[in-house]
Design a protein around this ligand. Structure first.
Ligand SMILES: Cc1cc2nc3c(=O)[nH]c(=O)nc-3n(C[C@H](O)[C@H](O)[C@H](O)COP(=O)(O)OP(=O)(O)OC[C@H]3O[C@@H](n4cnc5c(N)ncnc54)[C@H](O)[C@@H]3O)c2cc1C
Length: 397
């Protein structure tokens, strides 16, 4: 059985795990990454696309900014739309901050290329990944790879294994509480080979539900439709998707450019926060510790924020000081709840809540009218717009 030794064993090669590995390496801390999917599967997942200003700066600081700067879109605005009216939220003019529109799969491509150049140890296609002795002095990770059982002994294990990974579940149930919320709607997300129809993302509330257009590069756009969580992708032909998007995103004088749809996926909308992101010698980062509804565009940014805080803590630990590492969970959770409340606010602002046994049809209609009024208020109030801009581009605290 191959026995390996490292300072930090990282489970999961999503953006959180890959970025942590690079960040630690830049400060002389070694790590091994174990991922249960193949590299192609990791690169094939189309998800996030909005980087807060500080996230883009973190990536640039780690030498990952070249393609992002060349191919991503620096955007200083979003548009909020309801009742056929589109409001321009101009981050640049309001607070002089911006976001970068650059697909998560492109970030992962850049991260993997950087790991390849650095000769990092990454085990893809690992099976039966398990963590052991996280409370004791000799934490270990075991996994099957190429027909052999491997074991890594590490000073610390970091769970970057997403919402369904093994790490969060390895914390004893009595030691952790999960704050969990499922929304009664989902997103149908498509990637289309079309140039952006606007200079910033459009978030629209329509009688039929939410719709969004997010430019991703000069040639590619991501588009989303609110759908029932039980809907099947097979029920959405390209023609039906474009028809719905045209309807929900229409405003006088606006042309939504159509083109080939490259991928379609339905994602249920949920929020989850673990009560702790550290237990013994195990730490959780990114979706392993918390999941945000995508409306606020925060999940990837939260993962990058976790990496920045944990990486500094681990580097300080190996340099002889434990104060920062001991504060990781509290600091990351404080930021996480600030992001959660914003994502919840955006989600409730922009989706039509279907009537149910809890919400009667008149109450659902009342909520909708109130949402329309709130969007109207935001469109008229520079103070409301500034608050939105500050939270969307990334809190400075
Ligand atoms: C439709 C959609 C749109 C989104 N839009 C945005 C956006 O605009 N902005 C934003 O910031 N965020 C957005 N997000 C959220 C963002 O994509 C996630 O928050 C981000 O992927 C989290 O990164 P991660 O590395 O923590 O987890 P993941 O990307 O889930 O990576 C976890 C990795 O761990 C691996 N793994 C799982 N289990 C195991 C195991 N047992 N052993 C080994 N490996 C394992 C997985 O294969 C995966 O590679 C969006 C999400 C969705 C679904």
């Amino acid at each position: 059985m191959p026995n390996l030794r490292t300072q930090v064993a990282i489970i999961g090669a999503g953006p959180a795990g890959l970025l942590l590995g690079l960040s630690l390496r830049a400060s002389g801390v070694d790590s091994i990454i174990v991922e249960h999917s193949s590299a192609d599967q990791v690169l094939g997942r189309v998800r996030a696309g909005v980087l807060e200003q500080s996230s883009a700066e973190t990536l640039t600081r780690l030498g990952l900014g070249e393609r992002m700067t060349a191919e991503g879109i620096r955007s200083d605005r979003i548009f909020l739309q309801a009742a056929g009216r589109r409001h321009h939220i101009d981050f640049g003019a309001l607070i002089d901050r911006r976001v970068t529109l650059y697909g998560q799969q492109e970030i992962e491509r850049d991260l993997l290329a950087a790991h390849e150049r650095a000769g990092s140890a990454i085990y893809f296609d690992a099976e039966a990944v398990a963590v052991h002795d996280i409370e004791g002095g000799q934490p270990r990770v075991s996994f099957e790879h190429d027909g052999a059982t491997h074991e890594i002994t590490a000073d610390f294990i970091v769970g970057a294994d997403g919402i369904d990974g093994v790490c969060r579940r390895s914390i004893p149930r009595q030691e952790i509480t999960l704050f969990d919320r499922a929304y009664p709607f989902a997103w149908l997300g498509v990637v289309a080979e079309v140039p952006p129809s606007t200079e910033g993302s459009i978030y629209a509330l329509h009688d039929d539900g939410f719709a969004m257009l997010a430019p991703q590069s000069a040639h590619v756009s991501r588009l989303y439709l609110q759908v029932d969580p039980h809907e099947l992708v097979a029920n959405f032909s390209d023609a039906r998707i474009w028809q719905e998007l045209q309807l929900r995103l229409s405003t006088p004088g606006f042309t939504l450019v159509e083109g080939p749809i490259l991928s379609k996926v339905i994602t249920p909308m949920r929020a989850l926060v673990a009560s702790r992101l550290g237990y013994g010698h195990l730490f959780l980062i990114g979706d392993a510790g918390h999941v945000l509804p995508p409306t606020g565009a925060k999940g990837l940014n939260a993962a990058i924020g976790d990496v920045a805080i944990l990486s500094a803590g681990l580097v300080a630990h190996f340099g002889g000081s434990d104060i920062r590492l001991a504060g990781y969970s509290d600091e990351a959770l404080r930021r996480q709840w600030l992001m959660q409340q914003f994502a919840q606010w955006m989600t409730e602002l922009l989706h039509r809540t279907p009537s149910s046994s809890i919400l009667t049809a008149p109450a659902a209609d009342f909520n909708y009218q109130s949402q329309l009024a709130r969007i109207d208020y935001i469109g008229r109030s520079v103070h409301a717009q500034s608050s939105l801009a500050e939270q969307y581009t990334g809190l400075p605290f």
